[in-house]
Design a protein around this ligand. Structure first.
Ligand code: ADE
Length: 363
Protein backbone atom coordinates (compact mmCIF):
# COMPACT_ATOMS: atom_id res chain seq x y z
CA UNK A 1 0.00 0.00 0.00
CA UNK A 2 1.41 3.40 -0.96
CA UNK A 3 1.68 5.58 2.12
CA UNK A 4 0.93 9.26 2.22
CA UNK A 5 3.51 11.76 1.04
CA UNK A 6 4.14 12.96 4.60
CA UNK A 7 4.51 9.50 6.04
CA UNK A 8 7.17 8.35 3.58
CA UNK A 9 9.14 11.57 3.79
CA UNK A 10 8.97 11.67 7.57
CA UNK A 11 10.06 8.08 7.94
CA UNK A 12 13.07 8.81 5.81
CA UNK A 13 13.96 11.95 7.78
CA UNK A 14 13.61 10.08 11.08
CA UNK A 15 15.94 7.40 9.73
CA UNK A 16 18.40 10.09 8.63
CA UNK A 17 18.41 11.65 12.08
CA UNK A 18 19.60 8.33 13.52
CA UNK A 19 21.80 6.98 10.75
CA UNK A 20 23.19 9.83 8.67
CA UNK A 21 26.80 9.42 7.63
CA UNK A 22 29.33 11.74 9.17
CA UNK A 23 31.01 13.39 6.21
CA UNK A 24 33.51 16.24 6.40
CA UNK A 25 31.27 18.69 4.54
CA UNK A 26 28.24 18.08 6.76
CA UNK A 27 27.75 20.39 9.72
CA UNK A 28 26.61 18.86 13.02
CA UNK A 29 22.82 18.34 13.25
CA UNK A 30 21.05 21.66 13.77
CA UNK A 31 24.04 23.74 12.53
CA UNK A 32 23.68 25.95 9.45
CA UNK A 33 25.57 24.72 6.39
CA UNK A 34 28.24 26.95 4.85
CA UNK A 35 27.25 27.48 1.17
CA UNK A 36 30.93 27.57 0.17
CA UNK A 37 31.54 24.13 1.72
CA UNK A 38 28.33 22.76 0.18
CA UNK A 39 29.29 24.00 -3.28
CA UNK A 40 32.88 22.76 -3.02
CA UNK A 41 31.78 19.31 -1.86
CA UNK A 42 29.04 18.99 -4.48
CA UNK A 43 31.41 19.90 -7.32
CA UNK A 44 33.93 17.37 -6.03
CA UNK A 45 31.22 14.74 -5.66
CA UNK A 46 30.16 15.02 -9.32
CA UNK A 47 31.05 11.53 -10.62
CA UNK A 48 33.34 10.86 -7.66
CA UNK A 49 32.80 8.80 -4.50
CA UNK A 50 32.53 10.27 -1.01
CA UNK A 51 35.57 8.19 -0.02
CA UNK A 52 37.76 9.73 -2.73
CA UNK A 53 36.45 13.24 -2.07
CA UNK A 54 36.87 13.42 1.72
CA UNK A 55 40.63 14.11 1.84
CA UNK A 56 40.50 16.55 -1.11
CA UNK A 57 37.67 18.47 0.48
CA UNK A 58 39.62 18.83 3.73
CA UNK A 59 42.74 19.88 1.86
CA UNK A 60 40.87 22.57 -0.09
CA UNK A 61 39.12 23.90 3.02
CA UNK A 62 42.46 24.11 4.85
CA UNK A 63 44.20 25.81 1.92
CA UNK A 64 41.31 28.11 0.89
CA UNK A 65 38.88 28.41 3.81
CA UNK A 66 36.64 30.93 2.02
CA UNK A 67 35.33 31.72 -1.41
CA UNK A 68 37.38 34.92 -1.64
CA UNK A 69 40.61 33.08 -0.80
CA UNK A 70 39.90 30.51 -3.49
CA UNK A 71 39.12 33.28 -5.99
CA UNK A 72 42.45 34.97 -5.25
CA UNK A 73 44.47 31.76 -5.71
CA UNK A 74 46.29 31.25 -9.02
CA UNK A 75 44.40 28.75 -11.20
CA UNK A 76 47.56 26.60 -11.41
CA UNK A 77 47.51 26.11 -7.62
CA UNK A 78 43.90 24.97 -7.78
CA UNK A 79 44.63 22.56 -10.65
CA UNK A 80 47.58 21.23 -8.71
CA UNK A 81 45.54 20.63 -5.56
CA UNK A 82 42.90 18.88 -7.68
CA UNK A 83 45.41 16.50 -9.30
CA UNK A 84 44.34 12.87 -8.81
CA UNK A 85 40.62 13.60 -8.39
CA UNK A 86 39.84 13.37 -12.14
CA UNK A 87 37.52 15.32 -14.47
CA UNK A 88 39.85 18.28 -14.34
CA UNK A 89 37.56 20.76 -16.06
CA UNK A 90 35.81 20.81 -12.67
CA UNK A 91 38.85 22.47 -11.08
CA UNK A 92 39.06 25.10 -13.78
CA UNK A 93 35.33 25.80 -13.52
CA UNK A 94 35.52 25.87 -9.73
CA UNK A 95 38.07 28.63 -9.88
CA UNK A 96 36.18 30.51 -12.60
CA UNK A 97 33.00 30.23 -10.53
CA UNK A 98 34.73 31.59 -7.41
CA UNK A 99 36.05 34.58 -9.40
CA UNK A 100 32.66 35.26 -10.96
CA UNK A 101 30.89 35.15 -7.59
CA UNK A 102 33.38 37.60 -6.12
CA UNK A 103 33.35 39.91 -9.16
CA UNK A 104 29.62 39.89 -9.92
CA UNK A 105 27.70 38.61 -6.88
CA UNK A 106 29.45 40.30 -3.95
CA UNK A 107 31.10 37.00 -3.00
CA UNK A 108 27.77 35.35 -2.20
CA UNK A 109 26.03 32.39 -3.81
CA UNK A 110 22.62 33.00 -5.34
CA UNK A 111 20.01 30.84 -3.64
CA UNK A 112 17.76 29.91 -6.55
CA UNK A 113 18.44 26.90 -8.73
CA UNK A 114 18.04 28.84 -11.97
CA UNK A 115 20.58 31.48 -10.86
CA UNK A 116 23.04 28.87 -9.64
CA UNK A 117 22.87 27.16 -13.04
CA UNK A 118 24.28 30.24 -14.72
CA UNK A 119 27.59 29.77 -12.91
CA UNK A 120 30.56 27.84 -14.36
CA UNK A 121 30.58 24.14 -13.50
CA UNK A 122 27.10 24.11 -11.97
CA UNK A 123 24.68 21.89 -13.87
CA UNK A 124 21.20 20.72 -13.02
CA UNK A 125 22.19 18.28 -10.28
CA UNK A 126 24.65 20.57 -8.54
CA UNK A 127 22.32 23.58 -8.65
CA UNK A 128 19.52 21.53 -7.09
CA UNK A 129 21.85 20.10 -4.42
CA UNK A 130 23.22 23.52 -3.42
CA UNK A 131 19.76 25.12 -3.39
CA UNK A 132 18.35 22.34 -1.17
CA UNK A 133 21.31 21.70 1.14
CA UNK A 134 22.71 25.22 1.57
CA UNK A 135 19.49 27.23 1.30
CA UNK A 136 16.62 24.86 2.18
CA UNK A 137 14.97 25.40 -1.19
CA UNK A 138 12.47 22.70 -2.21
CA UNK A 139 14.60 21.36 -5.08
CA UNK A 140 14.42 17.82 -6.33
CA UNK A 141 17.93 16.41 -6.13
CA UNK A 142 18.62 13.34 -8.26
CA UNK A 143 22.05 11.73 -8.22
CA UNK A 144 23.01 8.15 -9.08
CA UNK A 145 22.09 6.75 -5.65
CA UNK A 146 18.77 8.58 -5.65
CA UNK A 147 17.89 7.23 -9.11
CA UNK A 148 18.39 3.69 -7.87
CA UNK A 149 16.33 4.19 -4.69
CA UNK A 150 13.44 5.78 -6.58
CA UNK A 151 13.53 3.23 -9.42
CA UNK A 152 13.18 0.51 -6.78
CA UNK A 153 10.48 2.24 -4.76
CA UNK A 154 8.40 2.54 -7.91
CA UNK A 155 9.63 -0.72 -9.56
CA UNK A 156 10.17 1.29 -12.73
CA UNK A 157 10.32 -0.95 -15.78
CA UNK A 158 11.88 1.63 -18.08
CA UNK A 159 15.66 1.24 -18.01
CA UNK A 160 17.98 4.11 -17.14
CA UNK A 161 18.86 6.52 -18.63
CA UNK A 162 15.41 6.69 -20.30
CA UNK A 163 13.70 6.39 -16.87
CA UNK A 164 15.48 9.58 -15.80
CA UNK A 165 12.53 11.70 -16.80
CA UNK A 166 10.10 9.72 -14.57
CA UNK A 167 12.25 9.93 -11.46
CA UNK A 168 11.86 13.59 -10.45
CA UNK A 169 8.05 13.36 -10.55
CA UNK A 170 8.01 10.20 -8.46
CA UNK A 171 10.42 11.74 -6.00
CA UNK A 172 8.41 14.96 -5.79
CA UNK A 173 5.33 12.88 -4.96
CA UNK A 174 6.76 12.01 -1.56
CA UNK A 175 9.19 14.85 -0.83
CA UNK A 176 8.18 16.47 2.48
CA UNK A 177 7.71 20.23 2.64
CA UNK A 178 10.24 20.60 5.45
CA UNK A 179 14.00 19.99 5.47
CA UNK A 180 14.65 19.58 1.72
CA UNK A 181 18.43 19.46 2.25
CA UNK A 182 18.20 16.65 4.77
CA UNK A 183 15.66 14.84 2.62
CA UNK A 184 18.02 14.92 -0.37
CA UNK A 185 20.95 13.71 1.69
CA UNK A 186 18.82 11.06 3.41
CA UNK A 187 18.08 9.52 0.01
CA UNK A 188 21.77 9.66 -0.91
CA UNK A 189 22.71 7.95 2.35
CA UNK A 190 19.98 5.36 1.99
CA UNK A 191 21.29 4.56 -1.50
CA UNK A 192 24.88 4.41 -0.33
CA UNK A 193 24.37 2.28 2.78
CA UNK A 194 21.13 0.26 2.47
CA UNK A 195 19.63 0.43 -1.00
CA UNK A 196 22.98 -0.59 -2.48
CA UNK A 197 23.40 -1.74 -6.09
CA UNK A 198 23.94 -5.44 -5.43
CA UNK A 199 22.54 -6.60 -2.12
CA UNK A 200 20.09 -4.10 -0.72
CA UNK A 201 19.57 -4.53 3.03
CA UNK A 202 15.78 -4.21 2.80
CA UNK A 203 15.22 -5.42 6.37
CA UNK A 204 16.94 -2.26 7.60
CA UNK A 205 15.21 0.11 5.19
CA UNK A 206 12.73 2.63 6.61
CA UNK A 207 10.78 2.53 3.32
CA UNK A 208 10.70 -1.23 2.76
CA UNK A 209 7.01 -1.59 3.68
CA UNK A 210 6.21 0.73 0.85
CA UNK A 211 8.65 -0.41 -1.85
CA UNK A 212 7.27 -1.88 -5.07
CA UNK A 213 10.75 -3.17 -5.97
CA UNK A 214 10.93 -5.19 -2.77
CA UNK A 215 7.50 -6.65 -3.43
CA UNK A 216 8.75 -8.11 -6.72
CA UNK A 217 11.16 -10.26 -4.69
CA UNK A 218 14.17 -9.00 -6.65
CA UNK A 219 14.74 -5.34 -5.77
CA UNK A 220 18.36 -5.62 -6.91
CA UNK A 221 17.08 -6.00 -10.48
CA UNK A 222 16.04 -2.31 -10.43
CA UNK A 223 16.82 0.00 -12.05
CA UNK A 224 16.49 -2.02 -15.24
CA UNK A 225 19.57 -1.61 -17.37
CA UNK A 226 19.81 -0.90 -21.07
CA UNK A 227 22.42 -2.96 -22.94
CA UNK A 228 25.83 -1.38 -22.43
CA UNK A 229 27.94 -0.11 -25.30
CA UNK A 230 31.47 -1.48 -25.30
CA UNK A 231 34.15 1.05 -24.35
CA UNK A 232 36.48 1.64 -27.30
CA UNK A 233 40.21 1.14 -26.84
CA UNK A 234 42.59 3.96 -27.76
CA UNK A 235 46.34 3.60 -27.95
CA UNK A 236 49.20 6.01 -27.73
CA UNK A 237 52.77 6.52 -26.59
CA UNK A 238 54.26 8.59 -23.82
CA UNK A 239 57.92 9.64 -23.57
CA UNK A 240 59.62 10.02 -20.23
CA UNK A 241 62.88 11.89 -20.70
CA UNK A 242 65.04 12.22 -17.60
CA UNK A 243 67.81 14.77 -17.60
CA UNK A 244 71.14 14.05 -15.88
CA UNK A 245 70.09 16.15 -12.86
CA UNK A 246 66.93 14.07 -12.38
CA UNK A 247 64.53 16.59 -13.96
CA UNK A 248 61.80 15.19 -16.23
CA UNK A 249 60.53 16.79 -19.43
CA UNK A 250 56.86 17.81 -19.23
CA UNK A 251 54.37 20.07 -20.96
CA UNK A 252 50.92 21.46 -20.16
CA UNK A 253 47.82 20.27 -22.00
CA UNK A 254 45.59 22.83 -23.74
CA UNK A 255 43.17 24.50 -21.30
CA UNK A 256 40.01 22.87 -22.61
CA UNK A 257 39.15 19.31 -23.48
CA UNK A 258 40.12 16.09 -21.74
CA UNK A 259 42.55 16.72 -18.83
CA UNK A 260 42.54 20.39 -19.85
CA UNK A 261 45.35 22.41 -18.28
CA UNK A 262 46.98 19.39 -16.65
CA UNK A 263 50.66 18.53 -16.81
CA UNK A 264 51.80 15.57 -18.90
CA UNK A 265 54.84 13.99 -20.53
CA UNK A 266 55.28 14.42 -24.26
CA UNK A 267 53.47 11.81 -26.29
CA UNK A 268 51.45 10.89 -29.34
CA UNK A 269 47.76 11.51 -29.86
CA UNK A 270 45.50 8.75 -28.46
CA UNK A 271 43.70 6.99 -31.28
CA UNK A 272 41.54 3.97 -31.89
CA UNK A 273 43.46 2.82 -34.93
CA UNK A 274 46.91 1.25 -34.52
CA UNK A 275 49.50 3.96 -34.89
CA UNK A 276 52.55 1.77 -35.61
CA UNK A 277 55.78 3.71 -35.23
CA UNK A 278 55.56 5.36 -31.84
CA UNK A 279 59.12 6.69 -31.87
CA UNK A 280 58.16 9.03 -34.72
CA UNK A 281 56.14 10.94 -32.09
CA UNK A 282 59.05 11.34 -29.65
CA UNK A 283 60.35 14.80 -28.74
CA UNK A 284 63.97 15.97 -29.03
CA UNK A 285 65.19 14.29 -32.23
CA UNK A 286 67.63 11.36 -32.19
CA UNK A 287 67.64 9.80 -28.74
CA UNK A 288 67.96 6.10 -27.85
CA UNK A 289 64.46 5.54 -26.50
CA UNK A 290 63.82 2.28 -24.68
CA UNK A 291 60.45 0.60 -24.33
CA UNK A 292 59.51 0.43 -20.62
CA UNK A 293 56.15 -1.37 -20.94
CA UNK A 294 52.49 -0.51 -21.26
CA UNK A 295 50.03 1.07 -18.88
CA UNK A 296 46.25 0.93 -18.95
CA UNK A 297 43.82 3.57 -17.87
CA UNK A 298 40.03 3.79 -18.02
CA UNK A 299 38.31 7.04 -18.94
CA UNK A 300 34.54 7.37 -19.02
CA UNK A 301 34.24 7.08 -22.78
CA UNK A 302 37.27 5.01 -23.72
CA UNK A 303 39.98 2.73 -22.39
CA UNK A 304 43.57 3.76 -23.01
CA UNK A 305 46.69 1.67 -23.50
CA UNK A 306 49.87 3.73 -23.50
CA UNK A 307 53.32 2.47 -24.50
CA UNK A 308 55.87 4.07 -22.22
CA UNK A 309 59.32 4.95 -23.55
CA UNK A 310 62.23 6.23 -21.49
CA UNK A 311 65.54 7.86 -22.22
CA UNK A 312 68.14 9.97 -20.49
CA UNK A 313 69.29 13.39 -21.64
CA UNK A 314 72.43 15.38 -20.80
CA UNK A 315 72.33 18.42 -18.53
CA UNK A 316 72.57 20.80 -21.48
CA UNK A 317 69.72 19.14 -23.43
CA UNK A 318 67.61 21.58 -25.42
CA UNK A 319 64.02 22.18 -24.30
CA UNK A 320 61.49 21.50 -27.07
CA UNK A 321 58.72 24.03 -27.78
CA UNK A 322 56.17 24.04 -24.99
CA UNK A 323 58.38 21.85 -22.81
CA UNK A 324 59.39 22.37 -19.22
CA UNK A 325 61.92 20.44 -17.14
CA UNK A 326 60.65 19.72 -13.66
CA UNK A 327 62.91 18.56 -10.89
CA UNK A 328 61.73 15.72 -8.60
CA UNK A 329 60.31 18.13 -6.01
CA UNK A 330 58.34 20.01 -8.67
CA UNK A 331 57.12 16.71 -10.07
CA UNK A 332 55.73 15.64 -6.69
CA UNK A 333 53.30 18.52 -6.54
CA UNK A 334 52.71 19.14 -10.27
CA UNK A 335 49.13 18.82 -11.54
CA UNK A 336 49.73 15.41 -13.12
CA UNK A 337 46.58 13.38 -13.81
CA UNK A 338 46.46 9.77 -12.63
CA UNK A 339 47.22 8.38 -16.08
CA UNK A 340 50.50 10.34 -16.16
CA UNK A 341 51.37 9.24 -12.62
CA UNK A 342 51.05 5.67 -13.85
CA UNK A 343 53.35 6.44 -16.78
CA UNK A 344 55.85 8.10 -14.43
CA UNK A 345 55.83 5.08 -12.11
CA UNK A 346 56.34 2.65 -15.04
CA UNK A 347 59.23 4.75 -16.38
CA UNK A 348 60.92 5.08 -13.00
CA UNK A 349 60.54 1.37 -12.22
CA UNK A 350 62.11 0.58 -15.57
CA UNK A 351 64.98 3.00 -15.03
CA UNK A 352 65.66 1.58 -11.57
CA UNK A 353 65.61 -2.02 -12.80
CA UNK A 354 67.61 -1.50 -15.96
CA UNK A 355 70.44 0.25 -14.12
CA UNK A 356 70.18 3.56 -15.95
CA UNK A 357 72.61 5.90 -14.28
CA UNK A 358 71.27 8.70 -12.18
CA UNK A 359 73.78 11.54 -12.32
CA UNK A 360 72.77 12.78 -8.87
CA UNK A 361 73.99 9.53 -7.33
CA UNK A 362 77.07 8.89 -9.46
CA UNK A 363 80.54 9.59 -8.07
N1 ADE B 1 26.85 12.75 -3.03
C1 ADE B 1 26.66 13.95 -3.58
N2 ADE B 1 26.35 14.87 -2.66
C2 ADE B 1 26.36 14.26 -1.48
C3 ADE B 1 26.11 14.67 -0.15
N3 ADE B 1 25.82 15.92 0.13
N4 ADE B 1 26.18 13.73 0.82
C4 ADE B 1 26.50 12.47 0.51
N5 ADE B 1 26.73 12.02 -0.70
C5 ADE B 1 26.67 12.89 -1.70
Amino acid sequence: MVKSKTERGEKLLAWYDRHRRELPWRPAPGQKPDPYAVWLSEVMLQQTTTKAVAAYFQKFMAQWPSLSELAEAPVEAVMQAWAGLGYYSRARNLHACARKLVAEHGGRFPEREEDLRRLPGIGQYTAAAIAAIAFERPSIVVDGNVKRVVARLGALETPLPAAKKDIPALLASFAPNARPGDFAQALMDLGATICTPRRPACVLCPLSGDCAGRRTGAPEDFPRKAAKKARPLRRGAVFYLRRADGAALTRTRPPSGLLGGMVEFFGSAWREDEAGDWIAHAPCGEIPWRFAGEIDHIFTHFALKLSVFVAEAPLDAATPDGGRWRNPTDMKCAALPSVMRKAERAAQDFLALSGFTDARNSP
